[in-house]
Design a protein. Structure first.
Ligand code: FDA
Length: 306
């Protein structure tokens, strides 16, 4: 049943007609549990509230199915406005972006030009850090290539390494000398057994290995997980190798394990909440439901008792 629901919601997440229609609906069906709002002011207000709870943030302007140069440029413009709004408001947040949203599937040059525009603005706004989210395996190689290119000119850019990929450790080594800030995750997409560990236990093992590798390389790790076992493992590494707390942070998604986020911050750890916002909320919301069918029960309960 769990696998059926997972595939069902992943299938729904890719439906373009529903995706387009959802933009006109407003945040519905409980999506506001996972999405901070439709506009930049909504997002800034959410960041402000989270900052007051001792949490820092990264903002993600949701966007899927970008097919034209104009749409890619508009998405980049929106990211730039977000960077400026973060800076002007003084809230504690940085930015996460997806290269497909910036035109990667249309033209690599267009995407890199958009990325450079965002990084230039971020540099002017207090050298704000911009993270490139990692998408599916089909985009992984080119994303790493673009990161290498950008690292020649910018020190405020990083990306994400997915532990389920066999190549994860090699990718970490390939950028080691740049002392790049990497977000380490288990990996969210459905990948083939030719490139990724099919079993969860192997993914968890590899996740621990790459966290240790990156931290012992002396580089900054953003450990993005809701898994208590992994969080405990990082705390053990911290003690065993005297890793300073300035060398890592925990990250979690907005609306997921919110109390744990606050508890970790109270223990003195840096905790960053990934805060998505925007009218293109539908695909993101469906993927969160796919991740954990228990969320469906939660959403349905709220839906029928309203
Ligand atoms: P796991 O899935 O094993 O879950 C551990 C526990 O966490 C569960 O038992 C449950 O209690 C809780 N939990 C997990 N998901 C939940 C949910 N939806 N609702 C409620 N509870 C839940 N992936 C990627 O491929 N590219 C990327 O760029 C990113 N970026 C990213 C940023 C941030 C800040 C986070 C937290 C995650 C990502 N991911 C990602 C997603 C990541 O790869 C992974 O799919 C999810 O984090 C789920 O894996 P966990 O490590 O949380 O463990």
């Amino acid at each position: 049943m769990e696998m059926f629901l997972r595939n069902f919601f992943l299938f729904l997440s890719k439906n373009r007609t529903l995706n387009r229609s959802a933009k006109r609906w407003g945040l519905r069906f409980g999506a506001n549990r996972f999405v901070a709002g439709m506009t930049i002011p909504d997002a800034i207000q959410t960041v402000r509230d989270l900052n007051q709870k001792g949490l820092v943030c990264t903002l993600d302007h949701l966007g899927e199915f970008v097919f034209s140069e104009q749409e890619a440029n508009e998405a980049a413009d929106y990211c730039i406005k977000t960077v400026e709004a973060i800076h002007a408001s003084g809230v504690q947040s940085n930015l996460s972006v997806k290269l497909t949203q910036l035109g990667l599937d249309i033209s690599r040059d267009l995407c890199v030009a958009n990325m450079r525009r965002i990084l230039d603005t971020a540099k002017k706004c207090g050298n704000m850090f911009v993270r490139i989210d990692m998408e599916d395996y089909a985009h992984n190689g080119v994303t790493m290539e673009i990161l290498h290119e950008l690292l020649n000119d910018y020190d405020n850019v990083g990306t994400v390494i997915q532990a389920y990929l066999f190549k994860a450790a090699d990718d970490i080594e390939s950028v080691k000398q740049h002392r790049v800030n990497l977000r380490l995750v288990k990996g969210a997409y459905k990948e083939s057994a030719e490139v990724a560990f099919p079993n969860k236990a192997d993914v968890d093992d590899n996740y621990k290995k790459i966290i240790k590798q990156h931290l012992l390389n002396g580089n900054y790790a953003a450990v993005a997980t809701h898994d208590d076992n992994i969080i405990e493992y990082v705390k053990e590494l911290e003690k065993q190798y005297q890793i300073p707390r300035t060398q890592f942070e925990f990250q979690m998604l907005y609306g997921i394990r919110s109390q744990s986020q606050i508890d970790l911050a109270k223990e003195g750890y840096k905790v960053r909440v990934y805060v998505p916002y925007g009218d293109d909320w539908y695909g993101y919301f469906m993927r969160r439901l796919a991740e954990r069918p228990a969320n469906v029960a939660f959403i349905l309960k709220g839906f029928f008792t309203r």
